[in-house]
Design a binder for this molecule. Structure first.
Ligand code: NAP
Length: 256
């Protein structure tokens, strides 16, 4: 990669590590706007990303901004690796659905890195490069743990809107609107599937039931990671919800 930190003069270099649904969608959305490089676990994925013209190289040493898009439970290990190869001053960010443990880890690193936590509020139940598409982030919110002009420009180029949030507040908020709903969707599906009337009920199930259980079909590794990494907040939010459901059930039973 010629041209040092910025690659081609004036054009910034963006690296993506973990070319799956989110990483692939970042690359597709930035294609033609930035110089793009990337790495993934599986050499076939890297070859496909090259063939599709999404990346031109696998070296991240000259990147100005590095997006870590590996699974949640691999994010900290990937940060450790990236810290060894990123150029000094490179902005390192991630997309993991949980922020506090990652930010706490980064704060504890003996050699400080230029890390800003991130979480795009967009996704699908599918996974991998094949499932990625260039408009995934259009109109979506994108959480950052602090402001940064270049990173915000790149996120704007993907069509998303930055929301700055404290990592702990973020984790509480996503428990409420993402992780608990995932748990409830899984619980509803399994309750119905195991119910004595399941045979006829599932035969009759249409779009309403599909909407209520769509999240239960989330990529299983991601679903497990989301629920285990934010367990404390999910459990607390569930308790509150169960109390509220009890009250609503009582009110409902008293209605005529
Ligand atoms: P994904 O489609 O499974 O992509 C993750 C990719 O990372 C895989 O395709 C895999 O690529 C690669 N990978 C796996 N282990 C790796 C490792 N140890 N080192 C390097 N690469 C590795 O999952 P995703 O949905 O994009 O999720 C990635 C991140 O996005 C997660 O942190 C998740 O919290 C976050 N996120 C997801 C959504 C969503 O709805 N899906 C929304 C917002 C944020 P290969 O095996 O092909 O190389």
């Amino acid at each position: 990669m010629a041209g040092g930190a910025g690659g081609v003069k004036g054009v910034k270099t963006v690296a993506v590590i973990g070319i799956g649904l989110i990483g692939g969608s970042i690359l597709k959305g930035l294609k033609g706007k930035y110089k793009l490089v990337g790495l993934s676990r599986n050499p076939d994925t890297v070859n496909k990303a090259m063939e599709q013209g999404l990346i031109t190289a696998t070296s991240i040493g000259h990147a100005d901004v590095i997006f870590i898009c590996t699974p949640i439970n691999k994010t900290i290990d990937t940060i450790k690796e990236v810290a060894k190869t990123a150029r000094p001053g490179a902005i390192i960010t991630d997309v993991a659905s949980i922020k506090a443990p990652i930010m706490d880890f980064v704060s504890s690193m003996p050699e400080p890195i230029n890390f800003i936590g991130g979480h795009p509020m967009a996704g699908t139940e599918h996974k991998g490069l094949e499932a990625s598409f260039d408009s995934l982030f259009q109109g979506a919110k994108w959480v950052l743990t602090s402001k940064n002009q270049l990173l915000e420009e790149i996120i704007a180029a993907l069509g998303a809107e930055v929301v700055i949030a404290d990592p702990y507040k973020h984790d509480e908020a996503v428990a409420l609107i993402s992780h608990m709903p995932l748990f409830l969707s899984q619980a509803l599906l399994s309750f119905v599937e195991n119910h004595q009337n399941s045979s006829l009920a599932l035969k009759l199930a249409a779009s309403g039931f599909k909407s209520m259980t769509r999240l239960a079909y989330t990529n299983p590794e991601l679903a497990e990671d989301m629920l285990s990494s934010n367990k404390k907040n999910v459990l607390r939010t569930l308790e509150e919800f169960i109390d509220d459901l009890d009250k609503k059930r009582d009110n409902y039973s008293q209605e005529k």
